[in-house]
Design a protein around this ligand. Structure first.
Ligand code: G3I
Length: 344
């Protein structure tokens, strides 16, 4: 058993994902395609430019952005009926001006709901109508400008059963398909993803996701699956088990992406140098596995630099250090995913 500490304040014991060995793909041995590299950002840091190194590091390094907060329900709809688009609009405008793609994150999640939604009661009809209106409003507003959406986030428990949430409790499991149908209607050109953590290798959760995604792909309403990959030094997969899991999603006709990668290092004993070397090995293995799988379209890291992370600063989980110097993990990523050649 290993301890899972990455997704909550308390560590939970869980089964080991199995041996993690270096990938069988040599760094740099790519298919020649240009895999996109993305990062989660926050509007206040990117657009206000109070920290110019944040904005310049993002602009020079990454192909796409995922809003870490700004498209979540509690940010868009703090009061009933009164959408506040300002922060999301700023990020969409930034992406357009800087030729970055956007991942929309996320339409339906059990967390980041405004307090007013949780404190009132909902009938089935009311919540379904709300879901339809919300998805139509958000996806419709950014139609053609947000390339892909995490339509539903984290709907399963680790054992593959449905997670209890406002959505599930009122609407039952059908809320997932309903959300995808509404999103497809609102922007038929956007790629639609189901996104979750702990499904990076074969287990009960990834089995359940594969079954759901296969069914919704056949129904024509889902395109791919996002593997979040919030890892730490003792809990990760970056080798053949990740490659094999991605291969079975690909075989089902699904796209796959690494959507929220970070690797927390505070739990690893050893010198700072050893931690950085280990972290680089993990990052490099994940990037190589994604590059080697044609169905893997993009790799997104959950932040720009160790200066700002949802984890604790001592986790140093990202590709650039707190002073924006590239870390060994960045070199490892670039060995697998070369930077695009500048256009002449
Ligand atoms: O900005 C306010 C600040 O004004 C206030 O004083 C403070 C008091 O709590 O809260 C600040 O907002 C916090 C926000 O992060 C900005 O740091 C929220 O409370 C906090 O809930 C929010 O957490 C985010 C979390 O999702 C919930 O939305 C994390 O930054 C973000 O990294 C995390 O991202 C999730 C993905 O969406 C889904 N997968 C897991 C991943 C990590 O939990």
């Amino acid at each position: 058993m290993l301890l899972l500490c990455a997704l909550g304040s308390a560590c939970r014991a869980r089964a080991s994902p199995g041996p993690t060995v270096p990938p069988q793909v040599a760094p740099g041995a790519t298919s020649g395609r240009q895999l996109k590299l993305g990062a989660a950002v926050q509007r206040a840091r990117l657009v206000d430019a109070r920290d110019p190194a944040y904005a310049s590091t993002f602009a020079e390094t990454f192909d796409s952005l995922t809003p870490e907060l700004e498209l979540k329900l509690e940010h868009l709809l703090p009061r009933p009926g009164a959408y506040d688009w300002a922060a999301a609009d700023d990020l969409v405008a930034y992406a357009g001006a800087h030729r970055k793609e956007m991942r929309g994150h996320t339409l339906v999640w059990h967390r980041a709901l405004p307090a007013w939604m949780l404190s009132r009661s909902w009938t089935r009809e009311e919540l379904l109508a709300f879901l339809k209106g919300h998805v139509a409003a958000v996806v419709g507003r950014y139609r053609g400008r947000i390339a892909e959406w995490d339509v539903v986030n984290e709907a399963f428990n680790d054992d593959g059963t449905w997670r209890k949430s406002l959505w599930y409790d009122v609407l039952g499991p059908g809320y997932v398909e309903a959300a995808f149908r509404f999103a497809r209607e609102a922007d038929p050109g956007a790629k639609l993803y189901y996104n979750d953590y702990g499904a990076e290798w074969m287990n009960a959760k990834s089995d359940a996701i594969l079954a759901l995604a296969t069914r919704l792909r056949k129904a024509g309403v889902l395109d791919g699956v996002g593997l979040q990959a919030h890892f730490n030094a003792g809990w990760y997969t970056s080798g053949p088990d990740l490659a094999a899991n991605m291969a079975r999603f690909a075989a089902a006709g699904l796209e796959v992406e690494i959507t929220e990668l970070d690797v927390a290092m505070s739990s690893r004993h050893g010198s700072a140098e050893e931690k950085l070397r280990d972290q680089a090995r993990i990052y490099g293995g994940i990037a190589a596995a994604c590059q080697a799988q044609p169905a893997c379209k993009q790799l997104t890291v959950w932040g720009v630099s160790d200066r700002y992370t949802w984890l604790t600063p001592s986790d140093v989980p990202l590709l650039f250090d707190a002073a924006y110097a590239p870390k060994p993990a960045y070199a490892a990523i670039r060995a697998a995913i070369p930077a695009p050649r500048p256009t002449p």
